[in-house]
Write a protein that binds this ligand. Sequence first.
Ligand SMILES: [Zn+2]
Ligand SMILES: [Zn+2]
Ligand SMILES: [Zn+2]
Ligand SMILES: [Zn+2]
Ligand SMILES: [Zn+2]
Ligand SMILES: [Zn+2]
Length: 208
Amino acid sequence: MAFHRHAGPGSYTVGTMSERFDCHYCRDPLQGKKYVQKEGRHCCVKCFEKFCANTCIECKKPIGADSKELHFKNRYWHDNCFRCVKCYTSLVNEPFMLRENNKVWCSNCTATEDAPRCKGCFKPIIAGDQNVEYKKMVWHKDCFTCSQCNKVIGSGSFFPKGDDFYCVSCHEQKFAKTCAKCKNVSPSDLQRQLAFKLLTLTIRAVRS
Ligand SMILES: [Zn+2]
Ligand SMILES: [Zn+2]
Ligand SMILES: [Zn+2]
Ligand SMILES: [Zn+2]
Ligand SMILES: [Zn+2]
Ligand SMILES: [Zn+2]
């Protein structure tokens, strides 16, 4: 995953004018005053905000001479607006990801957002979580449970049946044909089902 660092402070310099320059726009004398220099032009702080300032892509307001500006790939932010869209952490000194709608994301929130979701608890499966996968569905190891008795199947044997998963003993009770006389599961039936459907999943650990 490619995280970025912003391209640093603004594309202009702010200072106090010591020479006899006038504002490029309003022609007010700048000497002794705060001024902005951008692309070779000198202007007063007011004109800068009016005519030259970049617009913050987050709050849509001009980034005036009194604010700190950050830029990345021709997009500009107030340093205060440069925050993770999810957790609101400042990313001024942090790696970030620029995603849809020009929103910036911290690395933590990116990892959580992009993580696959557990089919049991619907929470993301993140680095370090043990998980099992079946037919492109994924569970935390402890969320993969028997539909009947709710015991954790994890990497144990199970039978899939529609959207349900049964541990071996529940499956026998529920579906195997039993002998009318002794109530035992008919061995041929059990074997047929075992051969066809008994599955085990391998537990994997997500690596970061
Ligand atoms: Zn001016
Ligand atoms: Zn802003
Ligand atoms: Zn975040
Ligand atoms: Zn889960
Ligand atoms: Zn069970
Ligand atoms: Zn019998």
